[in-house]
Every structure is written in structure tokens, then in C-alpha cells.
Design a protein around this ligand. Structure first.
Ligand SMILES: [Fe+2]
Ligand SMILES: [Fe+2]
Length: 407
């Protein structure tokens, strides 16, 4: 029993494991013979791959032979990137091995010389900034919530909202409308004919899914004009989108009914970093340089020199914007989920962030793989044997949604 990409399924193959959509609804039970209409339904519901009886193993069916020298190089560079994680932990061991193979296959093996920054450090900051204090005293003004986000949040929170009402809000923002239509017409959904109305898209994909996507995208679009010298927004959004998708896939594996909130939480988990980059560009640049030169975690540098880290800043912003509590909880605790009121959703984002950092998909500024919160991991009860499938499904979905990256 091994996964086969939906595009490569052949009618007549036998399903080795039931297929459910991202909200847990059963699409096809185990043991059924796959028919052409099943393949179409899988595509419509964004199922990237299914388990088929007798298929070749993924690790055998992708690139058959990895160059042993490249694998060695990938292992060595990964050892440097993993210096803050417990390499003896079984979950980390599995992520490490999968990441080595993934990086070899996708040209993401770090060259040793790139792992150390040669830029000189800025003068030592003698006085610790207190960002949160300044925030409370209103010395720092956080960005206003974009009108469309506010309105979307309202219609989404109302269980009586119809597809037409959600579409009306989306239609008020031409850029969001264009982007959403681009996404629903992408290979990710694989609809047979072109969808040119938002209301049609909402009906087909579902109100929760479309509004989660619209909410996350419109928030990240607010920051698209940050100068490249401060942060490359392309790689930042790549990291954010990957974390959103990985969080949703892990949540679906856990049969969670909060897959969309998890997607938005993953998408926004490092949002606070954008605020730090805007208000403290020099200090943030210095923190990044210092963390790499001294091989320290960036969020620890933030705490040491700014008096708080990006998760606290992100929480403040989401609180001000009155986004759902579960998102605020996931963002605030994504580096220490065992301390969260709602541990499981925060741990899902935490695990997604560790996977995405290990695989090297985009970056929010952090170079090293963040450490695993052991207590939270144990509480999650997620089988390590599912990691390979999660990575396969999530990276496939990520590829199909890459059009979002050109916000
Ligand atoms: Fe983070
Ligand atoms: Fe992150």
C-alpha cells in the first residue's frame, strides 16, 4: 500500500485506504475499484494522492537513485541546521531523513559556505528595546485591519452566511477576487471548466475553505510592499503558505474539524515578524546576522534584544483585529505549544513549522530548525509513520497553490 498521485491514477486500481476530503467527509471507501468519476471527484476536492493496493513505494517511485555524495552533503548541512533540535528524538530523526531526501530531490541542499553569514555584526545593542511595552503605551501603532478582512471575519463567523454573501464581500476587493479565481482555476482543484464567478467558486469549494483562503491572503497582501532589503516577501510567503498547508494536512490526518482555522493559523504564524521588520528594520537585520553568526535561534535573539519575540507581536495584532481565538492561540504558542490553552491546534502549527523549516521551503528569517516541544508532541499522538504521507500530500498541494506567491 503506497500513495499514488491523483493525476497518475488508472481506472480499475483498487483503493487500499479510504479517501476523505480535508474536512473529513468520506469520498470513497477502502477496497473500491477506482472509476474515472472517482478520479474527477478526488481532483475537485483537492485530493493530491491516494493509497492504492500494490503500488510501488514513494521512495522507490520518485527519483530512483540519489547521488550518494549529494546525500552526504545534505546530511552534513542538515546537521548544522538541526543544531537546536534533539537528534535522538524519533520524530526528529524521521523528519531529518525525509528532509535530506526531499532537499536532494528539489535542489535545496545548502552549501556549507551559505550556512554562515560573513557580514560584520552591527554595533552591540546596549539597551534592550521593549517592544511590547511600547506597544501598550501606543508608541508603536499596529497596522489597521484591512476592511475586507474585517468584513470577511464577520460573514465567516456567522453560520447563516450564504455563498452569495461571502462572494459579495470578496467582490469588493478586485485584487482578492482576481487571486481567488486564479486559485480555484489552478491545477490544485482541477475543475473541468473555467470558473469566473466568486459565488460559483464558494459553492464549489465551500464557504469555510474559500473564506479561510481569502482571509489569509488578504492579510499577507497588506504587507506586500515591505522593501526587499528588510525581508524577501516571496520567501516569507512561501514559508507561510507551506506552514498553512502542512498544518491543514496534519489536522486532516488527525480527523480535526478545524482544518481551515489551522490553515489560516499556519499561514499567519510568523506574522509578528513582519511587524518587527517594519518597526525595527536595523535591529531585525542585526538579529538575523547575529543569530546566524552565533548559530542561535532567531526567536531567542528577538527576545534578548527586542524584549519579546514575533509570536507575542503576532498575537497582539490578531487580538486587535479580533480574529478567532483559536488562530490567536496557535500564533502565540507556535514555539511552545505545551503551554497553550488549546494544545493540539498549537502543536499542529508547531510541527508544521518544524517540517517546513527542515525541508527548506521559503523562510521567515529563521535559518535553524526550531526545537520540538516534547510534551506537546506526546500529547498530539500523531503516528511518525504518517510523516512521509503528510510531506507528500502537503508539498503536492503547495506546488498547485504556488500562484498565490505572486500576490
Ligand atoms: Fe515562528
Ligand atoms: Fe515559521
Amino acid at each position: 500500500m503506497n500513495p499514488v498521485q491523483t493525476d497518475k491514477l488508472k481506472p480499475g486500481q483498487i483503493l487500499a485506504e479510504e479517501v476523505r476530503d480535508i474536512n473529513g467527509r468520506l469520498l470513497l471507501a477502502r477496497g473500491n475499484q477506482i472509476q474515472p468519476n472517482h478520479i474527477r471527484i478526488f481532483k475537485i476536492w483537492g485530493i493530491s494522492e491516494v493509497n492504492v493496493a500494490g503500488a510501488a513505494s514513494r521512495m522507490d517511485s520518485f527519483d530512483p537513485e540519489l547521488d550518494s555524495e549529494l546525500v552526504e552533503q545534505a546530511r552534513e548541512s542538515m546537521m548544522i541546521l538541526c543544531r537546536h533540535v534533539d537528534m535522538e528524538h524519533p520524530a526528529i530523526k524521521e523528519i531529518f531523513n525525509l528532509a535530506v531526501q526531499f532537499r536532494c530531490r528539489h535542489g535545496l541542499v545548502e552549501v556549507e559556505s551559505n550556512l554562515h553569514i560573513t557580514e560584520p555584526e552591527l554595533p552591540h545593542q546596549t539597551q534592550k528595546q521593549n517592544f511590547i511595552d511600547a506597544l501598550y503605551k501606543k508608541k508603536i501603532i499596529l497596522p489597521e485591519i484591512p476592511a475586507v478582512v474585517f468584513e470577511l471575519n464577520e460573514v465567516v463567523a456567522n453560520p447563516m452566511s450564504s455563498a452569495v454573501q461571502i462572494a459579495e464581500v470578496v467582490n469588493r476587493s478586485p485584487s482578492l477576487t482576481a487571486l481567488l479565481l486564479k486559485i480555484v482555476n489552478s491545477s490544485f482543484y482541477g475543475f473541468p471548466s473555467k470558473i469566473d464567478k466568486v459565488s460559483h467558486a464558494v459553492t464549489l469549494i465551500g464557504t469555510r475553505e474559500i473564506s479561510g483562503l481569502a482571509l489569509g491572503i488578504s492579510i499577507l497582501s497588506t504587507f506586500k510592499n515591505i522593501p526587499k532589503e528588510i525581508i524577501d516577501m516571496y520567501t516569507f510567503i512561501k514559508h507561510s503558505l507551506a506552514c498553512g498547508i502542512f498544518s491543514r494536512v496534519i489536522a486532516a490526518h488527525l480527523n480535526s474539524n478545524q482544518t481551515e482555522q489551522l490553515f489560516v493559523s499556519g499561514l499567519l504564524h510568523d506574522l509578528g515578524r513582519l511587524i518587527l521588520y517594519i518597526h525595527f528594520p536595523k535591529e531585525s537585520h542585526n538579529n538575523i546576522t547575529r543569530s546566524r553568526n552565533r548559530s542561535k535561534l532567531l526567536f531567542k535573539e528577538e527576545s534578548d534584544y527586542l524584549g519579546c519575540d514575533h509570536s507575542q507581536v503576532g498575537q497582539q495584532l490578531l487580538k486587535q483585529w479580533k480574529l478567532p481565538l483559536i488562530i490567536e492561540n496557535c500564533v502565540f504558542y507556535h514555539h511552545n505549544p505545551s503551554e497553550a490553552q488549546q494544545t493540539v491546534p498549537a502543536t499542529i502549527v508547531h510541527l508544521a513549522d518544524i517540517m517546513v523549516n527542515s525541508l527548506g521551503i521559503g523562510s521567515s528569517g529563521e535559518k535553524f530548525v526550531p526545537p520540538l516541544d516534547r510534551a506537546a508532541w506526546e500529547n498530539l499522538e500523531f503516528p511518525i509513520s504518517n510523516f512521509e504521507k503528510v510531506i507528500g500530500q502537503a508539498t503536492h498541494q503547495f506546488k498547485a497553490l504556488e500562484s498565490i506567491l505572486r500576490l
